[in-house]
Write a protein that binds this ligand. Structure first.
Ligand SMILES: *[C@@H]1O[C@H](CO)[C@@H](O)[C@H](O)[C@H]1NC(C)=O
Length: 470
C-alpha cells in the first residue's frame, strides 16, 4: 500500500476526482502567475466577467480618481492599458480621498462603489457610479447619490454580493455606539437598489480582538466568496502598515445574513505579514477564478518592506498580488502565507494517496502528509539549467536536497543533490516525476508517508514516484 491514510481515494485526473466525490476546488490543477501583479495599486479587485475579460481596479496613490483596466488573462492585467472612468477634478460630488473602488455587474448595468471625501479629505462616505455599456472601460458613467446608512459617519469600502437570491451591501463604518466612534466596524444590509439599502443595518464584526486594534481600531475592506455551503467574508484589520492583516467571518448558506448571530469570526488572522517571504501588511483582498475556472484565487495588496517612513496612507508601495486559495477537507479556506514575489508555488499531491502532499520539515526529512498548513507543502519549481529545483515557499532560498540517507531536506546552498530532472508522471502522464540529478535513476518516491529518492522496480514504484501539481 502506497499510503497510510484511513481512506484511500485513487484518481488520476480532475474528472476522476469529481467522480470520486471530491469537490473541484479541492483538486484544481496548478496555476502559474508572476507576482507582483500590478504596482502601486492598493485595495485591488479583479472581477472575472461573463464576457471572458478580467477587470481590475484599485486605489491609486494620489487617491483622486477611479481607474479600470482589463485583460483576457490575469497576468495580462500587469501591463494592460489603464483608463480613468471617474475623476474627482471633473466632479462636484466630493473634494476628498477616493479609496477602494469596486466594480460590479448588477442587472444589466455596471456599478462602481468607492469611498469619497464629501466636503473634506476625511469626510468619507460611500459613493456609487452607474455605467451603461458592455465594456466598463468605455461605458457612459453617471453619478448616483451617496449611500445613506443609519448614521452620518465615516463610511467606506462598500462591497456587494448576492446570496440565496438576496443582494447585500457590506461596508466599514464608524459606529458612534462603539469606541466613541473611533475606528470602523463592518456593517451589512439588504439592498433595494444598487445605491440604496434596507435599514436598520446590522453590525457583523467589530474591531474587538487585539490584532484588529494595532495603530487604529479597524475592520474594513470586506469581500465575499461562497463555497461548500458557506458564505466566507474576508476583511482587513489594524493600521495599513505591516500590522494590516486579513480576518474571516463565516455564515451558513441559507441564513438571514442580517442576523448578526449567524456569523462566526475566526479569532486569529487568516493572512498576515511574513518576514521570510518579505510581504508586509497583506490585505484588502478580493477573490476571482483562474482562467480555466478551476482554481479560486485571492487578490490582495502588500508591501515588500516592513518599515515605512511617515504616515502609511501616503506610502505608494502597496502592490496588487495574486495567489491560489486552497480548501481544506472540511470545506474551509486555507490562505497560507503571502507567497514570495516571482512565480506562484505549487503543491505536489501523491498519486493514489487522496489529499496528501509532499511536505518539507526544514532540517528533518520531508514527509507525505494530509491536513497540514498549506505553506508547508508549497514549493516553487525553479529552473536550474536543464534541471529544476524545489524551493520551499515558507523558506525562500532553501531547496529540497537529497541527503546521505536518501531523504529530502532543505538546504540553503543547493548542489547537484538539489537538482532534479522533471518529466511526465511515470504512472500517469498528467502528473510529474522527479529524477535526482545527483543520483541518476533514482526518483522522488513517497510511500506510507515516507519520502526518499530510490530506484524504481515495479508499477507500484512508478506510482509512488508520480505527483500532481496543484
Ligand atoms: C516575473 O516578473 C519579473 C518582474 O517583472 C521579471 O523580471 C521576471 O522575468 C518574471 N518572471 C517570469 C518567469 O516571467
Amino acid at each position: 500500500m502506497l499510503c497510510n491514510l484511513g481512506s484511500i481515494v485513487t484518481y488520476a485526473s480532475a474528472a476522476v476526482a469529481a467522480f470520486a466525490g471530491l469537490a473541484m476546488a479541492e483538486i484544481a490543477p496548478a496555476v502559474s502567475y508572476n507576482n507582483t501583479l500590478v504596482y502601486q495599486r492598493a485595495d485591488p479587485q479583479v472581477l472575472k466577467h461573463t464576457d471572458g475579460w478580467y477587470y481590475f481596479t484599485g486605489s491609486v496613490p494620489a487617491y483622486d480618481k477611479v481607474v479600470l483596466r482589463r485583460s483576457q488573462t490575469i497576468q495580462g492585467l500587469s501591463d494592460a492599458e489603464e483608463v480613468t472612468v471617474w475623476d474627482r477634478a471633473k466632479s462636484t460630488a466630493g473634494v476628498g480621498y477616493v479609496w477602494a473602488p469596486e466594480l460590479h455587474w448588477i442587472g444589466d448595468k455596471w456599478y462602481i462603489y468607492f469611498a469619497l471625501g464629501r466636503r473634506s479629505e476625511f469626510d468619507i462616505r460611500m459613493f456609487v457610479i452607474e455605467g451603461e455599456g458592455e465594456n466598463p472601460l468605455t461605458a457612459a458613467w453617471t453619478e448616483k447619490p451617496f449611500i445613506g446608512t443609519d448614521y452620518d459617519t465615516f463610511s467606506l469600502d462598500a462591497t456587494t454580493f448576492e446570496a440565496d437570491g438576496v443582494r447585500y451591501l457590506c461596508w466599514a463604518q464608524a459606529d458612534p455606539r462603539y469606541d466613541n466612534g473611533a475606528g470602523t466596524s463592518l456593517f451589512l444590509a439588504k439592498m433595494d437598489s444598487p445605491w440604496t439599502i434596507v435599514r436598520p443595518t446590522t453590525v457583523v464584526s467589530r474591531p474587538a480582538l487585539a490584532w484588529e486594534r494595532i495603530g487604529h481600531f479597524v475592520n474594513e475592506g470586506a469581500y465575499v466568496i461562497q463555497r461548500n455551503g458557506r458564505i466566507f467574508m474576508t476583511y482587513s484589520a489594524s493600521a495599513t502598515d505591516h500590522n494590516y492583516a486579513v480576518g474571516l467571518l463565516t455564515a451558513p448558506q441559507g441564513a438571514d445574513l442580517t442576523d448578526a448571530s449567524v456569523w462566526t469570526k475566526a479569532q486569529q488572522p487568516v493572512l498576515k505579514s511574513n518576514e521570510r517571504t518579505s510581504q508586509y501588511g497583506p490585505g484588502h483582498n478580493s477573490f476571482t477564478l483562474s482562467e480555466d475556472g478551476l482554481s479560486d484565487l485571492i487578490v490582495y495588496h502588500a508591501r515588500q518592506y516592513k518599515d515605512i517612513v511617515g504616515e502609511p496612507l501616503y506610502n505608494p508601495d502597496r502592490h496588487a498580488r495574486v495567489q491560489k486559495l486552497y480548501w481544506r477537507e472540511d470545506g474551509t479556506p486555507d490562505f497560507g502565507i503571502p507567497v514570495p514575489d516571482g512565480l506562484t508555488p505549487v503543491r505536489l499531491r501523491a498519486f493514489g494517496c487522496g489529499r496528501s502532499y509532499l511536505k518539507h520539515n526544514e532540517n528533518a526529512a520531508a514527509t507525505l502528509e494530509g491536513g497540514v498548513p498549506v505553506e508547508l507543502t508549497q514549493f516553487r519549481i525553479v529552473e536550474a539549467g536543464d534541471n529544476v529545483r524545489l524551493e520551499a515557499t515558507s523558506f525562500p532560498g532553501r531547496f529540497l536536497s537529497v541527503a546521505e540517507d536518501a531523504s529530502l531536506r532543505l538546504v540553503a546552498e543547493p548542489g547537484a543533490d538539489a537538482d532534479f530532472v522533471q518529466a511526465a508522471g511515470l504512472a500517469d502522464e498528467a502528473g510529474v516525476s522527479f529524477e535526482s540529478a545527483g543520483r541518476p535513476g533514482e526518483f522522488i518516491h513517497a510511500e506510507s508517508g515516507v519520502v526518499v529518492v530510490k530506484a524504481l522496480a515495479s508499477d507500484k514504484d512508478n506510482q509512488g514516484a508520480t505527483f500532481y501539481t496543484e
